[in-house]
Design a protein around this ligand. Sequence first.
Ligand code: FE
Ligand code: FE
Ligand code: ZN
Length: 278
Amino acid sequence: MIYIGCHLSVTDGYEAMGYTMSRFGGNTFAWFTRNPRGGRTKPVDPEDVEALLSYVKQEQFGPLVAHGSYTMNLCSAKSETRKNGLEMLKQDLERMELLPGNLYNFHPGSHTGQGTEAGISLIADALNKNLKPEMRTTVLLETMAGKGSEVGGTFEELREIIDRVECREKLGVCFDTCHTWDAGYDLIHDLDGVLTHFDNVIGLGRLKAVHFNDSKNDRGSHKDRHEKLGQGALGMEAMKRIALHPALAGHPFILETPNEDEGYMREIKTVLSWENPG
Ligand code: FE
Ligand code: FE
Ligand code: ZN
């Protein structure tokens, strides 16, 4: 069973996202917990969320993947930015409790000159302040391209964060195919090797979601520019091998490709056709 979907806007509410994804032909989706520029969020209507939960259950959707704000930087050198990040994380996780059993993924952060070690330690501190054993959400660190001072551009860095978090059972990883490629992992010629390396360093048991993107740039470019499936450096054959790899089976695949609605519908159809050829 492939769970495939894309990012949707939460503007029309939660239940509406379920219907939109069905219209797109998919069976999971992602959304930003707040507008990308940060700032205040609309209060959540619990009835709307309830309606979504019963809809996705009825339609047998895979786990849903909320995405934390890009402005949330838990390891900035600026204490004000870190403080805002902590507040966002706290609010987002409180809100996620309305959608029990789903996933919340975020970019670990950029250390903005303090060094990777300091970054890792600040991210782990932030998680230790916010992850609770009674939480029903799994929090995912996203694999990053290693752009600028980003933390999480190697599996080892993610492992370091995880090692320092007490409530580790609530922690997983979201594998972004564009980012790992841009970070230097060879998903074209050595997919098995990359996933074995992931397993050795982090453990495949932590891999809970995939961001399914082609990349505009060469391997190791550290750029982070997503491309439509099959139109980038990874290419359609590699994307197909990733989608069908047994180590990734059963997890939600989220498209973050530069598309309009029709493009997402086409890509969802393509991915589903790999599973059921003919
Ligand atoms: Fe992301
Ligand atoms: Fe991503
Ligand atoms: Zn990206």
